[in-house]
Design a protein around this ligand. Sequence first.
Ligand SMILES: N[C@@H](CCC(=O)N[C@@H](CS)C(=O)NCC(=O)O)C(=O)O
Length: 271
Amino acid sequence: MTMAAESDFYTLHYFPFSLYSLMIRFGLVLGRRLNSDTAPKVHIKLVNLHREENLSEEYLTLVNSRGQVPALTSRALATPLTDSRDISEWLCEQQPELVPDHYRATIQSIMDKLYSFHAMALTIGREEKKHGIPNRAAELLEQKDLTEHHRRALELRSVFHELCYSNMFTPASIGEVEAKARGFVEELDAALKEHNEGQLWIFGDKPTILDAHATALIARLTDVRRQDLLTARVQEYAKGVFASEEWKEATHGRTTLWNVSLGHVADLNPL
Ligand SMILES: N[C@@H](CCC(=O)N[C@@H](CS)C(=O)NCC(=O)O)C(=O)O
């Protein structure tokens, strides 16, 4: 390893009950298990969505103007990476063992399917479905004592919110997302049928980046009782992963959705 690589430290801006954050966290755990020498040094930093830390001036102006997690920052990066797929690709460049050549095309194709929709349309509650997700940035703009920078950042975030969330929960777009989710599950099911042979990971005894993303999504769909979108084979595979040390390291045995029995997110230790 070069000296330059040794001095590279990264921060993953993370919320433990964010599906796309969990995909990255699990990817980091799997990469480190595959090869601790090539694993990047990543500090996990809580961005507490329950306390709207994602809408703070600092987060919006220095990390992610869209106010979402996950994001990856580092002096080694020209600009922050603010999308889980970009972070995932960065990780696979650092640790090519996460995408074995032999399975690259299959992994790419199933990842494309997974990223062809935003899972939120499948995972929100009935109330949110009825009323949509409140635009908190717009509400915060009512405050008088905002700095100019913060005001501008909240205005941008508010526009993003409208673009991203305003049409997400119509019956037509939910139907479209369900169809895409089924397409992803079908292709994953076919890969398991062809390669898995009763082993822990999709392609056998070693995990890939696809295991990290697929199981996080399956966990969320299971937590919101959308097993109707999964096949028996996909559920069986995920059950094995959920019992693994690797999954416990990434989630500390927590569900993907917050509930009161977990206490305040700010008090979670370990994060
Ligand atoms: N395309 C983004 C989606 C990220 C995303 O939707 N993050 C959600 C949590 S899973 C979030 O930050 N929500 C808070 C908000 O938008 O206010 C990615 O893949 O990273």
